[in-house]
Design a protein around this ligand. Structure first.
Ligand SMILES: Cc1cc2nc3c(=O)[nH]c(=O)nc-3n(C[C@H](O)[C@H](O)[C@H](O)COP(=O)(O)OP(=O)(O)OC[C@H]3O[C@@H](n4cnc5c(N)ncnc54)[C@H](O)[C@@H]3O)c2cc1C
Length: 430
Protein backbone atom coordinates (compact mmCIF):
# COMPACT_ATOMS: atom_id res chain seq x y z
CA UNK A 1 0.00 0.00 0.00
CA UNK A 2 1.17 3.51 -0.72
CA UNK A 3 1.85 5.74 2.20
CA UNK A 4 1.09 9.39 2.84
CA UNK A 5 -0.37 10.33 -0.54
CA UNK A 6 -3.96 10.72 0.55
CA UNK A 7 -4.09 13.92 2.57
CA UNK A 8 -7.70 13.56 3.62
CA UNK A 9 -7.01 10.46 5.68
CA UNK A 10 -4.98 10.22 8.85
CA UNK A 11 -4.53 6.45 8.44
CA UNK A 12 -5.25 3.74 5.88
CA UNK A 13 -7.03 1.58 8.45
CA UNK A 14 -8.40 2.44 11.89
CA UNK A 15 -8.95 -0.48 14.26
CA UNK A 16 -10.91 -0.07 17.46
CA UNK A 17 -10.20 -2.84 19.98
CA UNK A 18 -6.78 -4.32 20.75
CA UNK A 19 -7.73 -7.96 21.47
CA UNK A 20 -6.52 -10.85 19.27
CA UNK A 21 -8.77 -9.95 16.31
CA UNK A 22 -7.70 -6.30 16.22
CA UNK A 23 -4.03 -7.14 16.78
CA UNK A 24 -4.02 -9.87 14.11
CA UNK A 25 -5.50 -7.49 11.52
CA UNK A 26 -3.24 -4.62 12.58
CA UNK A 27 0.03 -6.56 12.43
CA UNK A 28 -0.73 -8.06 9.03
CA UNK A 29 -1.87 -4.73 7.56
CA UNK A 30 1.17 -2.87 8.88
CA UNK A 31 3.49 -5.56 7.51
CA UNK A 32 1.74 -5.10 4.13
CA UNK A 33 2.63 -1.39 4.29
CA UNK A 34 -0.56 0.21 5.60
CA UNK A 35 -0.70 3.10 8.05
CA UNK A 36 -2.65 1.54 10.92
CA UNK A 37 -3.90 2.82 14.25
CA UNK A 38 -5.31 0.61 17.01
CA UNK A 39 -7.36 2.29 19.73
CA UNK A 40 -7.81 0.16 22.86
CA UNK A 41 -9.88 1.35 25.79
CA UNK A 42 -7.83 -0.48 28.43
CA UNK A 43 -4.19 -0.23 29.52
CA UNK A 44 -2.45 -3.55 28.80
CA UNK A 45 -1.65 -5.95 30.36
CA UNK A 46 -5.17 -6.46 31.67
CA UNK A 47 -7.05 -9.49 32.92
CA UNK A 48 -9.81 -10.69 30.61
CA UNK A 49 -12.65 -13.09 31.17
CA UNK A 50 -11.82 -16.13 29.02
CA UNK A 51 -11.10 -19.86 29.34
CA UNK A 52 -7.50 -19.03 28.31
CA UNK A 53 -7.33 -22.24 26.26
CA UNK A 54 -5.34 -21.26 23.17
CA UNK A 55 -6.07 -23.97 20.63
CA UNK A 56 -3.15 -25.45 18.67
CA UNK A 57 -4.03 -23.75 15.38
CA UNK A 58 -3.50 -20.37 17.06
CA UNK A 59 0.20 -21.21 17.21
CA UNK A 60 0.39 -21.14 13.42
CA UNK A 61 -1.09 -17.61 13.57
CA UNK A 62 1.43 -16.62 16.24
CA UNK A 63 4.21 -17.83 13.95
CA UNK A 64 2.84 -15.78 11.03
CA UNK A 65 2.43 -12.74 13.26
CA UNK A 66 6.01 -13.07 14.53
CA UNK A 67 5.09 -13.71 18.19
CA UNK A 68 5.49 -17.47 18.54
CA UNK A 69 8.75 -17.23 20.46
CA UNK A 70 7.37 -14.57 22.78
CA UNK A 71 4.26 -16.69 23.47
CA UNK A 72 6.31 -19.83 24.02
CA UNK A 73 8.56 -17.98 26.48
CA UNK A 74 5.65 -16.57 28.49
CA UNK A 75 5.57 -19.52 30.90
CA UNK A 76 2.21 -20.95 29.79
CA UNK A 77 1.23 -24.60 30.10
CA UNK A 78 0.94 -27.19 27.36
CA UNK A 79 -2.54 -28.70 27.07
CA UNK A 80 -2.55 -32.09 25.37
CA UNK A 81 -6.09 -33.31 26.15
CA UNK A 82 -9.47 -31.83 26.93
CA UNK A 83 -11.64 -34.06 29.12
CA UNK A 84 -15.37 -33.30 29.10
CA UNK A 85 -17.17 -34.51 32.27
CA UNK A 86 -20.90 -35.08 32.58
CA UNK A 87 -22.47 -34.15 35.88
CA UNK A 88 -22.20 -37.73 37.12
CA UNK A 89 -18.51 -37.95 36.20
CA UNK A 90 -18.59 -39.71 32.81
CA UNK A 91 -15.65 -38.56 30.69
CA UNK A 92 -15.19 -37.90 26.96
CA UNK A 93 -11.61 -37.08 25.95
CA UNK A 94 -10.48 -35.02 22.98
CA UNK A 95 -6.72 -34.85 22.34
CA UNK A 96 -5.50 -31.40 21.25
CA UNK A 97 -3.87 -33.14 18.28
CA UNK A 98 -7.33 -33.59 16.76
CA UNK A 99 -7.76 -29.81 16.52
CA UNK A 100 -4.26 -28.94 15.46
CA UNK A 101 -4.17 -29.19 11.70
CA UNK A 102 -0.82 -27.69 10.74
CA UNK A 103 0.16 -26.94 14.31
CA UNK A 104 2.63 -29.83 14.70
CA UNK A 105 5.30 -27.98 12.80
CA UNK A 106 5.11 -24.79 14.85
CA UNK A 107 5.06 -26.73 18.12
CA UNK A 108 8.21 -28.45 16.97
CA UNK A 109 9.70 -25.09 16.07
CA UNK A 110 8.79 -23.70 19.50
CA UNK A 111 10.52 -26.69 21.13
CA UNK A 112 13.57 -26.39 18.91
CA UNK A 113 12.76 -30.04 18.21
CA UNK A 114 11.83 -31.02 14.72
CA UNK A 115 10.55 -34.47 15.62
CA UNK A 116 8.07 -35.94 18.01
CA UNK A 117 6.41 -32.67 19.06
CA UNK A 118 2.69 -32.90 19.65
CA UNK A 119 0.35 -30.19 18.41
CA UNK A 120 -0.63 -29.14 21.92
CA UNK A 121 -2.84 -26.26 22.94
CA UNK A 122 -1.44 -23.54 25.18
CA UNK A 123 -2.76 -22.34 28.54
CA UNK A 124 -1.75 -18.72 28.93
CA UNK A 125 -3.51 -15.79 30.56
CA UNK A 126 -5.13 -13.21 28.31
CA UNK A 127 -3.13 -10.57 30.15
CA UNK A 128 0.07 -12.14 28.79
CA UNK A 129 -1.20 -13.17 25.36
CA UNK A 130 -2.92 -9.91 24.43
CA UNK A 131 -0.02 -7.84 25.72
CA UNK A 132 2.44 -9.72 23.51
CA UNK A 133 0.28 -9.27 20.43
CA UNK A 134 -0.09 -5.55 21.02
CA UNK A 135 3.66 -5.13 21.62
CA UNK A 136 4.27 -6.88 18.32
CA UNK A 137 1.83 -4.52 16.59
CA UNK A 138 3.82 -1.55 17.91
CA UNK A 139 7.07 -3.18 16.78
CA UNK A 140 5.88 -3.49 13.17
CA UNK A 141 4.80 0.15 13.03
CA UNK A 142 1.18 0.16 14.20
CA UNK A 143 0.32 3.23 16.22
CA UNK A 144 -1.30 1.90 19.38
CA UNK A 145 -3.35 4.21 21.59
CA UNK A 146 -4.21 2.61 24.90
CA UNK A 147 -6.87 4.04 27.21
CA UNK A 148 -8.56 5.39 24.08
CA UNK A 149 -12.21 4.52 23.79
CA UNK A 150 -14.04 4.43 20.48
CA UNK A 151 -17.05 6.61 21.25
CA UNK A 152 -18.36 7.67 17.84
CA UNK A 153 -18.16 7.29 14.09
CA UNK A 154 -17.60 9.91 11.44
CA UNK A 155 -20.36 9.15 8.93
CA UNK A 156 -20.69 11.08 5.66
CA UNK A 157 -23.04 10.12 2.82
CA UNK A 158 -23.97 6.96 4.75
CA UNK A 159 -20.35 5.89 4.73
CA UNK A 160 -18.05 5.51 7.72
CA UNK A 161 -15.08 7.85 7.24
CA UNK A 162 -13.40 7.43 10.61
CA UNK A 163 -13.86 7.34 14.37
CA UNK A 164 -14.04 9.54 17.39
CA UNK A 165 -11.96 8.52 20.36
CA UNK A 166 -12.12 9.62 23.97
CA UNK A 167 -8.72 9.91 25.56
CA UNK A 168 -7.55 11.86 28.60
CA UNK A 169 -10.86 13.70 28.67
CA UNK A 170 -10.47 14.91 25.06
CA UNK A 171 -12.19 13.77 21.87
CA UNK A 172 -9.94 12.89 18.93
CA UNK A 173 -11.36 12.55 15.40
CA UNK A 174 -9.43 10.35 12.99
CA UNK A 175 -10.21 9.55 9.37
CA UNK A 176 -9.50 6.48 7.23
CA UNK A 177 -11.09 4.77 4.22
CA UNK A 178 -11.50 1.58 6.26
CA UNK A 179 -12.46 1.23 9.92
CA UNK A 180 -12.55 -2.12 11.75
CA UNK A 181 -14.74 -2.85 14.74
CA UNK A 182 -12.62 -5.25 16.84
CA UNK A 183 -14.29 -4.40 20.13
CA UNK A 184 -15.39 -7.97 20.85
CA UNK A 185 -18.88 -8.66 22.12
CA UNK A 186 -19.28 -4.93 22.88
CA UNK A 187 -19.55 -4.30 19.09
CA UNK A 188 -19.10 -0.68 20.05
CA UNK A 189 -18.94 0.72 16.48
CA UNK A 190 -21.40 -1.63 14.79
CA UNK A 191 -24.01 -0.83 17.44
CA UNK A 192 -23.64 2.86 16.64
CA UNK A 193 -24.45 2.24 13.00
CA UNK A 194 -27.43 0.12 13.97
CA UNK A 195 -28.64 2.82 16.32
CA UNK A 196 -28.11 5.47 13.68
CA UNK A 197 -30.26 3.51 11.28
CA UNK A 198 -32.86 2.86 13.95
CA UNK A 199 -32.34 -0.75 13.04
CA UNK A 200 -34.39 -2.75 15.50
CA UNK A 201 -33.15 -6.06 14.16
CA UNK A 202 -29.42 -5.98 14.80
CA UNK A 203 -28.81 -9.57 13.79
CA UNK A 204 -27.32 -10.48 10.44
CA UNK A 205 -29.52 -12.48 8.12
CA UNK A 206 -31.48 -13.91 11.02
CA UNK A 207 -28.66 -16.25 12.01
CA UNK A 208 -27.87 -14.87 15.42
CA UNK A 209 -29.63 -16.50 18.32
CA UNK A 210 -30.72 -14.68 21.43
CA UNK A 211 -29.88 -16.78 24.48
CA UNK A 212 -32.86 -18.75 25.78
CA UNK A 213 -32.05 -17.54 29.27
CA UNK A 214 -29.42 -14.92 29.84
CA UNK A 215 -26.17 -16.42 31.06
CA UNK A 216 -23.40 -15.09 33.24
CA UNK A 217 -19.73 -16.07 32.95
CA UNK A 218 -17.18 -15.94 35.79
CA UNK A 219 -13.46 -16.41 35.84
CA UNK A 220 -10.63 -16.47 38.39
CA UNK A 221 -7.11 -17.85 38.70
CA UNK A 222 -6.73 -20.62 41.28
CA UNK A 223 -3.96 -22.51 43.02
CA UNK A 224 -4.02 -25.97 44.64
CA UNK A 225 -6.22 -27.64 42.03
CA UNK A 226 -5.88 -31.38 41.44
CA UNK A 227 -5.50 -31.18 37.70
CA UNK A 228 -3.13 -33.50 35.84
CA UNK A 229 -0.37 -31.83 33.80
CA UNK A 230 -1.45 -31.41 30.18
CA UNK A 231 -5.17 -31.68 30.93
CA UNK A 232 -7.98 -29.21 30.40
CA UNK A 233 -11.22 -30.26 32.08
CA UNK A 234 -14.72 -29.15 31.11
CA UNK A 235 -17.54 -29.73 33.60
CA UNK A 236 -21.21 -29.76 32.68
CA UNK A 237 -23.92 -29.06 35.25
CA UNK A 238 -27.50 -27.81 35.23
CA UNK A 239 -27.72 -24.65 33.16
CA UNK A 240 -24.10 -24.37 32.10
CA UNK A 241 -20.52 -25.57 32.00
CA UNK A 242 -17.07 -24.56 33.17
CA UNK A 243 -13.46 -25.14 32.12
CA UNK A 244 -10.26 -25.54 34.12
CA UNK A 245 -6.76 -25.45 32.65
CA UNK A 246 -3.29 -24.49 33.76
CA UNK A 247 -1.79 -21.13 32.86
CA UNK A 248 1.52 -19.48 33.84
CA UNK A 249 3.00 -19.10 37.36
CA UNK A 250 1.67 -22.43 38.63
CA UNK A 251 -1.90 -21.16 38.54
CA UNK A 252 -4.99 -22.57 36.83
CA UNK A 253 -7.77 -20.66 35.16
CA UNK A 254 -11.33 -21.53 36.08
CA UNK A 255 -13.98 -20.03 33.82
CA UNK A 256 -17.62 -21.03 34.01
CA UNK A 257 -21.00 -20.13 32.60
CA UNK A 258 -24.18 -20.35 34.65
CA UNK A 259 -27.76 -19.23 34.23
CA UNK A 260 -28.48 -15.68 35.37
CA UNK A 261 -31.29 -17.09 37.52
CA UNK A 262 -28.79 -19.22 39.47
CA UNK A 263 -26.56 -16.17 39.92
CA UNK A 264 -29.40 -13.94 41.14
CA UNK A 265 -30.51 -16.62 43.59
CA UNK A 266 -27.01 -16.49 45.10
CA UNK A 267 -26.83 -12.69 45.22
CA UNK A 268 -24.09 -12.67 42.53
CA UNK A 269 -21.64 -14.25 44.96
CA UNK A 270 -19.14 -16.00 42.65
CA UNK A 271 -17.80 -18.40 45.26
CA UNK A 272 -21.30 -19.42 46.29
CA UNK A 273 -22.22 -20.01 42.64
CA UNK A 274 -19.07 -22.10 42.31
CA UNK A 275 -19.88 -24.19 45.40
CA UNK A 276 -23.59 -24.63 44.80
CA UNK A 277 -23.76 -24.89 41.00
CA UNK A 278 -20.41 -25.80 39.42
CA UNK A 279 -19.39 -28.26 42.12
CA UNK A 280 -22.56 -30.29 41.57
CA UNK A 281 -20.42 -31.82 38.84
CA UNK A 282 -18.76 -34.75 40.61
CA UNK A 283 -15.42 -34.35 38.87
CA UNK A 284 -15.28 -30.59 39.50
CA UNK A 285 -15.89 -31.24 43.19
CA UNK A 286 -12.90 -33.64 43.26
CA UNK A 287 -10.53 -31.43 41.27
CA UNK A 288 -11.35 -28.22 43.11
CA UNK A 289 -11.68 -29.63 46.64
CA UNK A 290 -8.61 -27.77 47.96
CA UNK A 291 -8.55 -24.92 45.41
CA UNK A 292 -7.72 -21.38 46.53
CA UNK A 293 -8.75 -18.25 44.62
CA UNK A 294 -5.70 -16.14 43.71
CA UNK A 295 -7.20 -13.29 41.68
CA UNK A 296 -10.22 -11.06 41.53
CA UNK A 297 -13.32 -12.74 40.13
CA UNK A 298 -14.33 -11.31 36.76
CA UNK A 299 -17.93 -11.62 35.60
CA UNK A 300 -19.82 -10.73 32.40
CA UNK A 301 -23.37 -11.26 31.19
CA UNK A 302 -23.71 -13.32 28.01
CA UNK A 303 -26.79 -12.42 26.04
CA UNK A 304 -26.42 -14.09 22.69
CA UNK A 305 -24.34 -16.28 20.42
CA UNK A 306 -24.07 -16.25 16.66
CA UNK A 307 -23.32 -14.02 13.71
CA UNK A 308 -23.65 -10.29 13.31
CA UNK A 309 -23.24 -7.97 10.34
CA UNK A 310 -19.80 -8.27 8.77
CA UNK A 311 -20.17 -4.93 7.01
CA UNK A 312 -22.52 -2.79 9.14
CA UNK A 313 -21.93 0.19 6.81
CA UNK A 314 -19.70 1.13 3.90
CA UNK A 315 -16.27 1.79 5.32
CA UNK A 316 -16.75 -0.45 8.36
CA UNK A 317 -15.91 -4.15 8.86
CA UNK A 318 -16.35 -6.33 11.94
CA UNK A 319 -13.85 -9.00 13.04
CA UNK A 320 -13.56 -11.45 15.96
CA UNK A 321 -16.45 -11.50 18.43
CA UNK A 322 -17.82 -8.33 16.86
CA UNK A 323 -18.57 -10.43 13.76
CA UNK A 324 -19.60 -13.68 15.45
CA UNK A 325 -19.52 -15.07 18.97
CA UNK A 326 -18.79 -18.79 18.89
CA UNK A 327 -19.67 -20.97 21.84
CA UNK A 328 -16.90 -20.76 24.44
CA UNK A 329 -16.71 -24.48 25.28
CA UNK A 330 -15.34 -25.19 21.79
CA UNK A 331 -12.24 -23.20 22.81
CA UNK A 332 -12.07 -21.70 19.33
CA UNK A 333 -13.05 -18.06 19.86
CA UNK A 334 -9.47 -16.82 19.87
CA UNK A 335 -8.75 -18.84 16.75
CA UNK A 336 -11.72 -17.20 15.01
CA UNK A 337 -10.50 -13.82 16.22
CA UNK A 338 -6.99 -14.37 14.83
CA UNK A 339 -8.35 -15.90 11.62
CA UNK A 340 -10.98 -13.26 10.91
CA UNK A 341 -8.44 -10.51 11.62
CA UNK A 342 -6.17 -12.19 9.08
CA UNK A 343 -9.01 -12.44 6.58
CA UNK A 344 -9.93 -8.76 6.96
CA UNK A 345 -6.29 -7.78 6.43
CA UNK A 346 -6.05 -10.01 3.35
CA UNK A 347 -9.24 -8.62 1.82
CA UNK A 348 -8.30 -4.99 2.53
CA UNK A 349 -4.82 -5.47 1.07
CA UNK A 350 -6.30 -7.07 -2.06
CA UNK A 351 -8.90 -4.33 -2.48
CA UNK A 352 -6.54 -1.47 -1.81
CA UNK A 353 -5.72 -0.47 -5.43
CA UNK A 354 -9.45 -0.33 -6.33
CA UNK A 355 -10.35 1.44 -3.12
CA UNK A 356 -7.75 4.12 -3.75
CA UNK A 357 -8.63 4.53 -7.39
CA UNK A 358 -12.42 4.54 -7.17
CA UNK A 359 -13.25 4.79 -3.47
CA UNK A 360 -15.71 1.94 -4.12
CA UNK A 361 -16.22 -0.17 -0.98
CA UNK A 362 -18.66 -2.67 -2.50
CA UNK A 363 -16.09 -5.07 -3.95
CA UNK A 364 -14.19 -5.21 -0.67
CA UNK A 365 -17.43 -5.81 1.26
CA UNK A 366 -18.52 -8.61 -1.09
CA UNK A 367 -15.10 -10.25 -0.96
CA UNK A 368 -15.07 -10.16 2.86
CA UNK A 369 -18.60 -11.58 3.16
CA UNK A 370 -17.93 -14.39 0.68
CA UNK A 371 -14.64 -15.50 2.22
CA UNK A 372 -15.94 -15.16 5.77
CA UNK A 373 -18.94 -17.34 4.93
CA UNK A 374 -16.78 -19.95 3.22
CA UNK A 375 -14.42 -20.14 6.16
CA UNK A 376 -16.71 -19.85 9.18
CA UNK A 377 -20.36 -20.62 8.35
CA UNK A 378 -20.09 -24.39 8.74
CA UNK A 379 -18.22 -24.28 12.03
CA UNK A 380 -20.63 -21.71 13.46
CA UNK A 381 -23.52 -24.02 12.55
CA UNK A 382 -21.85 -27.06 14.13
CA UNK A 383 -21.07 -25.09 17.28
CA UNK A 384 -24.62 -23.86 17.58
CA UNK A 385 -25.84 -27.48 17.46
CA UNK A 386 -23.27 -28.49 20.06
CA UNK A 387 -24.40 -25.63 22.28
CA UNK A 388 -27.86 -27.14 22.40
CA UNK A 389 -26.30 -30.44 23.43
CA UNK A 390 -24.20 -28.68 26.09
CA UNK A 391 -27.33 -27.41 27.81
CA UNK A 392 -29.16 -30.75 27.54
CA UNK A 393 -30.55 -32.49 30.66
CA UNK A 394 -28.16 -34.83 32.48
CA UNK A 395 -29.57 -38.18 31.21
CA UNK A 396 -29.29 -37.01 27.59
CA UNK A 397 -25.78 -35.80 28.23
CA UNK A 398 -24.79 -39.17 29.68
CA UNK A 399 -26.27 -40.94 26.65
CA UNK A 400 -24.33 -38.59 24.34
CA UNK A 401 -21.11 -39.28 26.27
CA UNK A 402 -21.65 -43.04 25.91
CA UNK A 403 -22.30 -42.68 22.17
CA UNK A 404 -19.25 -40.48 21.65
CA UNK A 405 -16.99 -42.82 23.58
CA UNK A 406 -18.11 -45.64 21.26
CA UNK A 407 -16.49 -44.03 18.22
CA UNK A 408 -13.11 -42.33 18.13
CA UNK A 409 -13.78 -41.39 14.55
CA UNK A 410 -16.97 -39.46 15.36
CA UNK A 411 -15.32 -37.69 18.30
CA UNK A 412 -12.42 -36.67 16.10
CA UNK A 413 -14.72 -35.45 13.31
CA UNK A 414 -16.80 -33.42 15.79
CA UNK A 415 -13.69 -31.85 17.29
CA UNK A 416 -12.48 -30.88 13.84
CA UNK A 417 -15.90 -29.59 12.81
CA UNK A 418 -15.72 -26.90 15.51
CA UNK A 419 -12.68 -25.53 13.65
CA UNK A 420 -13.04 -26.15 9.96
CA UNK A 421 -15.35 -27.30 7.23
CA UNK A 422 -16.08 -30.96 7.84
CA UNK A 423 -16.93 -33.41 5.10
CA UNK A 424 -20.32 -35.08 5.72
CA UNK A 425 -18.67 -38.47 5.18
CA UNK A 426 -16.39 -37.86 8.14
CA UNK A 427 -19.35 -37.75 10.49
CA UNK A 428 -21.14 -40.63 8.79
CA UNK A 429 -18.34 -43.19 8.58
CA UNK A 430 -17.39 -45.39 11.51
C1 LIG B 1 -16.78 -17.44 29.16
C2 LIG B 1 -15.90 -17.41 27.96
C3 LIG B 1 -14.85 -18.32 27.87
C4 LIG B 1 -14.06 -18.33 26.71
N1 LIG B 1 -13.03 -19.22 26.63
C5 LIG B 1 -12.28 -19.28 25.51
C6 LIG B 1 -11.21 -20.19 25.41
O1 LIG B 1 -10.86 -20.91 26.34
N2 LIG B 1 -10.52 -20.25 24.23
C7 LIG B 1 -10.86 -19.45 23.17
O2 LIG B 1 -10.22 -19.56 22.11
N3 LIG B 1 -11.84 -18.55 23.25
C8 LIG B 1 -12.56 -18.44 24.41
N4 LIG B 1 -13.54 -17.50 24.50
C9 LIG B 1 -13.79 -16.61 23.37
C10 LIG B 1 -12.71 -15.53 23.31
O3 LIG B 1 -12.57 -14.90 24.56
C11 LIG B 1 -13.13 -14.50 22.25
O4 LIG B 1 -13.58 -15.17 21.10
C12 LIG B 1 -11.96 -13.58 21.88
O5 LIG B 1 -11.53 -12.86 22.99
C13 LIG B 1 -12.41 -12.63 20.79
O6 LIG B 1 -11.37 -11.74 20.49
P1 LIG B 1 -11.69 -10.26 19.97
O7 LIG B 1 -10.37 -9.65 19.69
O8 LIG B 1 -12.72 -10.32 18.93
O9 LIG B 1 -12.39 -9.54 21.20
P2 LIG B 1 -11.84 -9.24 22.66
O10 LIG B 1 -10.82 -10.23 23.06
O11 LIG B 1 -13.05 -9.09 23.50
O12 LIG B 1 -11.09 -7.85 22.51
C14 LIG B 1 -11.82 -6.67 22.30
C15 LIG B 1 -11.00 -5.52 22.82
O13 LIG B 1 -11.69 -4.31 22.48
C16 LIG B 1 -11.62 -3.42 23.56
N5 LIG B 1 -12.76 -2.51 23.45
C17 LIG B 1 -14.07 -2.77 23.66
N6 LIG B 1 -14.82 -1.67 23.44
C18 LIG B 1 -13.95 -0.71 23.06
C19 LIG B 1 -14.12 0.65 22.69
N7 LIG B 1 -15.32 1.24 22.64
N8 LIG B 1 -13.01 1.36 22.35
C20 LIG B 1 -11.77 0.80 22.39
N9 LIG B 1 -11.58 -0.48 22.75
C21 LIG B 1 -12.65 -1.23 23.08
C22 LIG B 1 -11.66 -4.31 24.80
O14 LIG B 1 -11.09 -3.66 25.92
C23 LIG B 1 -10.85 -5.52 24.33
O15 LIG B 1 -9.48 -5.40 24.67
C24 LIG B 1 -14.32 -17.43 25.65
C25 LIG B 1 -15.35 -16.49 25.78
C26 LIG B 1 -16.12 -16.46 26.92
C27 LIG B 1 -17.22 -15.45 27.04
Amino acid sequence: MNKRDDNTNDYDVLIVGGGPAGASAAIRLAVAGARVLVAEQKKFPRAKLCGEFISPECLAHFAELGVLEQMSAAGGARVSTTDFYTRGGRKVSVPSAWFGQGARMVNAQADGNATGAQPDALGLSRAEMDQRLLLRARAVGVEVLEEAQGCGLIIEDKRVRGVELQRDGATISLRAPVTIDATGRARALARRVERARRDEDAHANGHAVRGRAPLVAFKAHLSDVQLAAGACEIYFYRGGYGGLSRVENGLSNLCFIVSARDVRARHSDAERVLREVVLTNRRAAETLVAARVRSEWLAVALESFGRWRLVPAKGLLTVGDSAAFIDPFTGSGMLMALESGALAAEVITRAWPTLRATSDFNALAADYRAHYRARFAARLRVCSLLRRAAFAPAPLMTAAALALNASTRVRRAMARATRSVVKPTELGEH
